[in-house]
Design a protein around this ligand. Structure first.
Ligand code: IMP
Ligand code: MG
Length: 177
């Protein structure tokens, strides 16, 4: 995709840094999950590129499913409420689950997903997120696999959008106001 003049984007994390990080997360996950046939649950739409790169670097047997939550719409600010737009299609009871997020901002989405999944009694549940915004004051649980901790800026690219735009960019950019 060619950037236009009016797109006020500044490179924040280059595609080569992203790929190194995704590889190192994949190595950690492989070590932790070899022989466990985990289910990766991607949170749509933002995680689709991250999960695709992650699972292709794993080299272990896994399964994949997706969840979709209500989005921010065209706003940069969370609406403060979450609803489920697409539920899981697989049975997760007694399975090892890793939820794959693009970014954790307020923590609202991931908290909602955690409650939803725990109701279905998995054998284990962990979270992987490429980006974690540092402004987040408290989460009542651990996020085991974090790619980059970032300041409280609005970012796009590598799956992340603003009003559905920029998901296809290879690097991650700060969208200037
Ligand atoms: P949370 O519920 O506030 O943690 O927000 C999580 C979701 O909001 C992410 O999965 C993203 O889809 C979206 N989001 C949060 N921050 C950003 C951002 O900086 N750029 C693009 N999307 C974001
Ligand atoms: Mg998302």
């Amino acid at each position: 995709m060619k950037l236009q003049k009016e797109d006020r984007l500044r490179v924040f994390i280059s595609s080569s840094r992203i790929h190194k990080k995704v590889n190192s997360l994949a190595r950690r996950i492989k070590k932790d999950y070899e022989g466990k046939n985990p289910i990766f649950i991607g949170v749509l739409n933002g995680s689709f590129i991250f999960i695709a790169d992650l699972v292709r670097n794993l080299g272990i047997d896994i399964e994949i499913d997706f969840l979709k939550l209500s989005s921010y719409g065209d706003s940069k600010i969370s609406s403060g409420s979450v609803t489920l737009l697409k539920d899981l299609n697989c049975a997760i009871e007694k399975r090892h689950i890793i939820v794959i997020e693009d970014i954790i901002d307020s923590g609202l989405s991931i908290g909602y997903i955690r409650d939803l999944i725990l109701l279905k009694r998995p054998a284990s549940l962990e979270f992987a997120t490429l980006l974690f915004k540092k402004g987040l004051s408290s989460l009542s649980f651990d996020v085991k696999y974090i790619g980059f901790k970032i300041p409280n800026e609005f970012v796009v690219g590598y799956g992340l959008d603003f009003a559905q735009k920029y998901r296809n960019l290879k690097s991650i950019y700060i969208l200037k106001k």
